[in-house]
Design a protein around this ligand. Sequence first.
Ligand SMILES: [Zn+2]
Length: 532
Amino acid sequence: MFPLTEENKHVAQLLLSTGTCPRCIFRFCGVDFHAPYQRPYKELLNELQKFLETEKEELISDVPNPPPKKIRLQELEDGIDGIDNLSQNGEGRVSILEDGSIASKNSNLNVCNVCLGILQEFCEKEFIKKVCQKVEASGFEFTNLVFSVSFPPQLSVREHAAWLLVKQEMGKQNLSLGRNDIVQLKEAYKWITHPLFSEELGVPIDGKSLFEVSVIFAHPETVEDCHFLRAICPDCFKPAKNKQSVFTRMAVVKALNKIKEEDFRKQFPCPPNSPKAVCTVLEIECAHGAVFVAGRYNKYSRNLPQTPWIIDGERKLESSVEELISDHLLAVFKAESFNFSSSGREDVDVRTLGNGRPFAIELVNPHRVHFTSQEIKELQQKINNSSNKIQVRDLQLVTREAIGHMKEGEEEKTKSYSALIWTNKAIQKKDIEFLNDIKDLKIDQKTPLRVLHRRPLAVRTRIIHSMETRYVDEHHFHLYLKTQAGTYIKEFVHGDFGRTKPNIGSLMNMTADILELDVESVDVDWPPALDD
Ligand SMILES: [Zn+2]
């Protein structure tokens, strides 16, 4: 059913005669159900012309003796029925196209002066197909999508001008029109294109989807439409970082809300003039939100940093834990890049044994995202087969939110270590036994010299929960420690020139040094353990 009523006729006539498209006319007449917008453009234009044609005829016949409104409405309904019959046999269409006054000025070739072709050419199946071809060629795996569009900012100016025009026209009939009574261009565009996208791609449109298809429109011909606003409202157009132009949509809308109606009318034509060309498509972009993979790693090498070790642009060691794991993930997820994080870190010469250290990897813009648990298991196997320096366990897909569990309460967690200690003086078994009895020893650690270049100078109190010793020979013993996370173990052993107090050396009254260190366990119960 044609959605306009008698009440809309003057407005529709005015807009059509000034170069506005039928769908924009619907919007300004507040048509807020989807179906009329979705009908083929040519049909809409023809019907609109017919609808207004009856008005013209009526006006002529009405002139001598205008009947009361009620009767006119009745006549109008008859008129619409009559037109429908006409259009079925095709005669109506021809007669209107032959009528120069409406059809020649407003054929579907004319670019709408309000939407600049957005609700014309860019709602057509051909255009949607073109976008979908791009989506399919992008190689992303998706089961739903979110579709976003970016319109040129001058569309808001034109919309404003058309609104003022319609408002004035309606004022003559003692009717009012608020900004919110108009259906937003974006809304109408959504109503038309979403079903077409869904049908073409065979997946639903879902605002929560991680897969986003975005189309950016521009209209070079009318770029200067916005410029007069800057003189009137300079505050709204301040240069911002990462913005190519000060005329962002947000800034334009802000200025339009501030500007007085009479000032706007002085500076910008109402109705807006008709452009020669429709919008251009600047970009059709596909992107997938990040996905996250977590697990635990063991490090068996004393010659492998956790992250690439680069000093002054020069690489010191050829690999790293992060790369040995992430390279495989990048390839399988077909992601653009990754971000590695973990629950603490170990020095390059420290091994991580036991259950390993929890880690999480953010995979940015992944093209493949759906994996069975079997496939993830195989991926883990592949990582483990590729290097004997590291092993990975409990590899799994996790949510972004879950990553928080890894960092949560990190300071309160305990970590277990084993260290091989050297002493300058000869020792007996009984010289180290007293260490086994020390519980919850508080130590003060000044930021170690070796990390001072990247950490602020501070004194931090840490707790050595317990220690256990195993005598090796006159100058060596093993020390097993349970400590608060964040304790610098090497410094606790040798004292860091008195910067960590007390330390193993000071407790034993001799010089002690650490030869080897292993992390035995990181007591963070995330990610959950998986069965093998
Ligand atoms: Zn339009």
